[in-house]
Design a protein around this ligand. Structure first.
Ligand code: ZN
Length: 454
């Protein structure tokens, strides 16, 4: 087997030289000299990753939300690490390289082991020593929290959505009337008022969610056994989070001893997957000003979810938070991966595009999008050279964006993978193009957020 060493991956350890090499159809870890690994040539599996994390602590995740600027870049395919790392070598923000929700794990047929190990191998290969986080994203169940913590994930995003009652019908365990009823709080000049039934309403909407968050925190985090940041997500609701709601949730968490690093409100307008903000950026800016002030007041950071491609509001996020934020992107690295398929392998792209159109109704069950598939140009009428431009079209972007699970899991009649094997072989052969595309695209996110260069 011919081995091509990744030059940055070369690390000396007492009596040994350890590096990652391209073995043609896959990468392997080579250990020359003292036997820190079972063999000279080792597969990039969970056991190898565990050993690497023990020998080289920079390849294990750390808490990054305490940094002023942090950005979550979920690596849906397990191959985006090197491209993402180039961005964070350049900009003064820390990345959460491993970040997946259980829904994404299921749709991509991956495990948290695999998600974390991909990041470990990427930072070792690129010698990225600044630190990265691992986020168990949108967790709702104890078993999922335990799964993420057992692997050493350094961030838990507790999703309270199933305990938020928009009709204010929830119960709350705490007697809090004396703390809020009829009061108005001043947050950097913004008035947050609990008058004429507002307290009863927010208690009914968020009370049960707060009890749920406190119970999880007390069970898993309070003891300090797990070195882990906590984010509270209240963004998956039908209506934008009001300032009084953000204030109430933050105040109650604080009063009850729950230390949160970030809170993700639902913002005004639409944050759909993979496309720019839909709504009035001026109105967004006004609301972001209040949310950012509330976050400063309580000492947490605002977290912006579905942050992929929200270019028209990034300057507002950066300015209103005074450069103190967490932004999560997820599927945009998948779209960039498909863009290079459209550029370099048009026949394969056409096949996938037609499959995505057939699968759209099924995929739509998992994601809220307003895609108009009838407005997407018919690929049969497009020349090969016109295919990449589909990735500038919002409807086409969303079509490909939300069908990823079905595309990756599609099978032929004989049970073999319809696209997955060909796609991964293609991406392997075009790894440089992919890294360059991510560097440019995710770099644009940080640039517009106003993130300083290092
Ligand atoms: Zn979210």
């Amino acid at each position: 087997m011919e081995l091509k060493k990744y030059p940055l991956s070369e690390h000396a350890l007492e009596g040994a030289l350890i590096y990652i090499a391209d073995a043609g159809d896959r990468d392997v870890l080579v250990c020359e000299g003292k036997a820190y690994f079972p063999r000279r040539i080792n597969e990039l599996d969970h056991e190898t990753a565990n050993t690497l994390r023990r020998l080289f602590p920079f390849t294990a995740p750390v808490r990054v939300l305490g940094n002023r600027r942090s950005v979550g870049v979920g690596d849906r395919l397990g191959i985006a690490g090197p491209g993402h790392i180039r961005v964070f070598e350049k900009y003064d923000a820390l990345p959460v390289l491993a970040q997946q929700s259980i829904r994404e794990l299921n749709l991509t047929n991956r495990t948290y082991e695999d998600v974390l190990d991909s990041s470990t191998f990427a930072v070792f290969r690129e010698n990225f020593t600044r630190g990265f986080g691992a986020d168990g994203d949108h967790l709702k169940k104890e078993e999922d929290i335990e799964y993420a913590l057992s692997l050493g994930f350094t961030m838990l995003t507790l999703d309270l959505s199933e305990h938020i009652h928009a009709d204010a019908s929830g119960k709350y365990s705490q007697d809090i009337d004396a703390l809020y009823e009829g009061k108005t709080f001043d947050v950097e000049g913004h008035k947050i008022a609990f008058e004429t039934g507002e307290l009863a309403r927010v208690r009914g909407v968020y009370g049960e969610a707060l009890d749920f968050a406190c119970a999880l925190y007390d069970k898993y985090i309070k003891s300090g056994e797990h070195d882990c940041d906590v984010e509270i997500s209240i963004d998956e609701t039908d209506t934008p989070t009001k300032p009084s709601e953000h204030y109430f949730v933050a105040a109650e968490l604080k009063r009850r001893g729950v230390e949160v690093r970030t809170i993700a409100p639902r913002f005004i307008g639409e944050f759909q997957k993979g496309i720019d903000y839909i709504g009035d950026p001026a109105k967004f800016d006004e609301e972001m000003a209040v949310h950012a002030a509330i976050a400063r007041h309580f000492g947490h950071k605002v977290s912006v979810h579905s942050g992929s491609d929200k270019f028209s509001v990034f300057p507002s996020v950066g300015a209103q938070t005074r450069q103190t934020y967490h932004v999560k992107t997820a599927g945009t690295n998948w779209l960039e991966a498909m863009r290079i398929v459209a550029e370099h392998e048009p026949a394969l792209y056409r096949e996938i595009h037609l499959f995505a159109l057939e699968s759209f109704d099924e995929a739509r069950k998992y994601y809220h999008v307003t895609t108009d598939i009838s407005a997407i140009p018919d690929v049969k009428t497009l020349a090969d050279a016109q295919l990449p431009a589909l990735f500038e079209d919002d409807n086409a972007r969303q079509l490909i964006h939300i069908t990823y699970g079905l595309i990756l899991n599609a099978k032929n009649a004989d049970g073999s993978d319809r696209f997955r094997t060909r796609l991964y072989a293609f991406w392997r052969a075009h790894a440089q193009e992919y890294a360059a595309a991510l560097e440019k695209h995710i770099g644009k996110h940080l640039e517009l957020l106003g993130c300083p260069k290092r």
